[in-house]
Design a protein around this ligand. Structure first.
Ligand code: IMP
Length: 430
């Protein structure tokens, strides 16, 4: 039995898509288990670049089944357009299934999020405006509509009427706006989408359990990163789902005992989109250099990402919370040519030097980074294919990271393409 979970170990955008796509062929089932169209993964393959927000990146392997499991929130309009994109290119293999308990992102979720971010002004979260927070909030408030409801129209209409009545009152009463939503209009749109989506609806639990019981290999693909986890991230500047590896259990119904490997993914530096504490942020020339060279602009929103050095205090924390058995280090080539490369290995706060801290927005806002410096390795490194060929400065940088975080570093990504990858023999054994 093999159940591998791939998760982001920073604030998202670590390059999980490349790893998932790389490993995808070894698996029988690839599952997304949380989040929705706030995620954006870019996959480069065969000279083409594909961008998806909802579909698991392994969807391009038509022979593999992909599941959007119960922990996700699904915007049907976006999903239909991603399916159409694949159909038009002859890449649609009818290999997608959707968990019946996944929740639907409604037009009023997106509108209410816009209104709320506007109301917050300078205190805004800086969300992707995909309606993710309001949708998960409705799930917890038991006001949500599930994908499986598409198969039960009368019950769906009744639940929709309850939700819409409340949302219209909220829009009028709290936000003082005249826009209203019509139950009939949303219902008709859902029924139309249901014609395509209905046949894809399955029980996540039964599907994933079936694969595991038959001894087939399952890959669970996380979206966002651990520092955006609703409970373990930099609250309130987080997303609204469980982005830590345990989210794979909550979002699919598999048991914690089923998981055989957890791969954490981290860039060789750090990025963050949206607001909130970021101790190693670089606002000057080097930050700009990382953004331009690393093409650090949001896949979903196009927003410039904030950039900074790799933060090992945070990485130690996220790898522990995930329970990572190995680490993949990505976008190493972006650091090519720098004279000096730094990593944060401790913080200074109120005169104390800390190698670990509680991860809260308030605590991190008061931390001043303590850096380790490394000589740059020149480059370019993207053409290297063997561990022995790594410049000694880069090998030393990777060894240091591995030693300090206490997790074996296996994959080194030296560029976006598949072959720009080195599988390293870790010095640290687990
Ligand atoms: P939301 O998920 O749209 O509610 O946004 C909440 C926070 O998570 C914001 O700071 C977003 O920028 C961030 N976020 C959400 N999805 C991603 C992602 O895929 N990559 C990076 N940041 C993300």
């Amino acid at each position: 039995m093999t159940v591998v979970v791939i998760v982001g170990s920073q604030w998202g955008d670590e390059g999980k898509g490349k790893l998932t796509h790389y490993l995808g062929p070894q698996f029988d089932l690839v599952v997304r288990f949380q989040g929705g169209s706030n995620a954006g993964h870019t996959v480069k393959t065969g000279g083409e670049t594909y961008r998806f927000n909802l579909l698991p990146s392994a969807i391009l392997y038509c022979e593999h089944t992909c599941l959007m499991a119960d922990g996700m929130v699904v915007n049907l309009t976006r999903l239909l357009s991603e399916i159409k994109f694949l159909q038009e290119r002859g890449l649609w293999g009818d290999n997608l299934r959707i968990g019946s308990h996944a929740h639907l992102v409604m037009p009023y979720h997106i509108f209410l999020e816009e209104l709320e971010e506007e109301r917050l002004g300078g205190r805004a979260i800086g969300t992707t405006k995909q309606g993710i927070g309001p949708c998960y909030a409705d799930k917890a408030a038991r006001l949500g509509i599930q994908v499986g409801d598409l198969l039960h129209p009368p019950a769906l209409k009744e639940r929709l009427a309850t939700a819409v009545e409340f949302k219209n009152a909220l829009i009028r009463g709290v936000y003082n706006r005249d826009e209203t939503y019509s139950v009939d209009k949303i219902y008709d749109e859902l029924m139309r989408a249901g014609e395509t989506i209905g046949p894809l609806v399955v029980s996540s639990v039964e599907m994933v359990r079936g694969y595991i019981d038959e001894g087939r290999a399952v890959l669970c693909e996380g979206a966002q990163g651990a520092l955006l986890d609703i409970d373990y991230g930099t609250y309130p500047f987080v997303t609204s789902s469980h982005t830590v590896a345990a989210g794979a259990c909550l979002g699919t119904g598999i048991s914690v005992n089923d998981i055989t490997k957890v791969i954490g993914v981290s860039k060789a530096y750090t990025t963050r989109v949206g607001n909130g504490a970021f101790p190693s942020e670089l606002t000057g020339e080097i930050g700009d250099h990382l953004r331009e060279k690393g093409l650090e602009y949001g896949t979903t929103t196009g927003r410039p990402r904030r950039c900074g050095w790799l933060d090992l205090v945070l990485l130690r924390y996220t790898l522990k919370i995930h329970g990572c058995t190995e680490l993949a280090l990505t976008k190493i080539d972006v650091l090519d040519g720098l004279e000096t490369v730094k990593v944060v290995n401790a913080y200074r706060r109120n005169g104390d030097v800390l190698t670990a801290t509680e991860v809260s927005n308030e605590q991190l806002s008061q931390c001043e980074p303590v850096y380790e410096e490394f000589d740059g390795w020149g480059g370019p490194v993207s053409g290297l294919r063997a561990e022995e060929d790594l410049p000694p400065q880069l090998a030393q940088f990777v060894d240091f990271i591995e030693r300090e975080v206490g997790v074996p570093v296996r994959m080194l990504s030296l560029g976006p393409d598949h072959d720009e990858t080195i599988w390293r023999t870790p010095k640290l054994k687990q």
